[in-house]
Design a binder for this molecule. Sequence first.
Ligand code: GRF
Length: 353
Amino acid sequence: MINIAVFASGIGSNAVNLAKTFNSGSRIRVALCLTDKEEAPVIEKMRALGVPTEYFPRTIWRNEPQAILDVLRAHDIQMIALAGFLCFVDDAIVKAYEGHILNIHPSLLPAYGGKGMHGANVHRAVIENGDTKSGATVHIVTNEVDAGPIVLQREVEVLPGDTPETLEARVHEAEYLLFPEAILKSLATMTETIEAAEPATEKTQPTPPPIPQSVDDAWAEALGVPNHVPPIPQSQPVYAPYDAFSAPSTPQSMSGRQPEMATAPQPVAPASQQTAMPPTYLVWSVLATVLCCTVPGIVAIIMSSKVSSKFYQGDIEGSQRASRNAEIWIIISFVLGVISQTLYLPLTIAGLF
Ligand code: GRF
């Protein structure tokens, strides 16, 4: 699980969008929200979504960055997203999370960036300059304002008659798609960088898997269960044909002593054989399970593939719907698998297989 912290100072619609986008999945989570404004609307909104949210006054942000770093570490934060955060981020934080802090800016940087360029100021300047295109940018935060490497941008049209408010609304809509996508892109790059830094020997010389000795061994290994059933010798029957109840009784058995059947030599079979299931049980039960899981499993894969395609088409709701459907089919597949596993043994014992 990758934990993201969002820093926000205002309304928090981007912070809320990130939490709603990521927190229903299981790989990335908005795990913390920090603000520099005690009355910021984002506080209640994020708490309502179950995201721990804390306020630190600007004096702390400026003079005690270690206090902020301590909270980030306590929540095991790996990435920070600045979503309308109007406070200075101290160098100590930028350094500690170098390359892992993203900021969203409501223009096509480098245009309309820098000091004083935020919110309505940006949109007003765009309209006054007669630009026909604006948009939003997600960039990596460095110690220069709005100047770090750009991760992704998204354009919007500036329409005739636009006011700063109408343009801002259109840019916001673009931001709701852009910011999650930029976070995913950065995380993918981070993962590639980590993999590339791993020692080459680990990649080029993988340990060869042990060679299975039989089909049963192979299945046992795939399932992670022990397979200790010894091979059955072909020349001897497993059980000696001895029927204690029809064995001839002796005077001793009539005299109140232990009956013959208790003292007669018992057929000797190893303990593992006395309780062993048929050796093909493992193979057939796994095949039964695989067959039961295949169809719902394929449906789950189709649904899963729709999640990202819908997401990149901008259909967040459709993506969430596909994600829910995929979950349902995965559960159906799992339940069918469990049922087939559970029923196989009694059906085998009853002689139906
Ligand atoms: C967004 O437009 C973002 O680009 C800028 O601040 C605004 C924050 O809006 N950095 P919200 O608080 O997320 O609604």
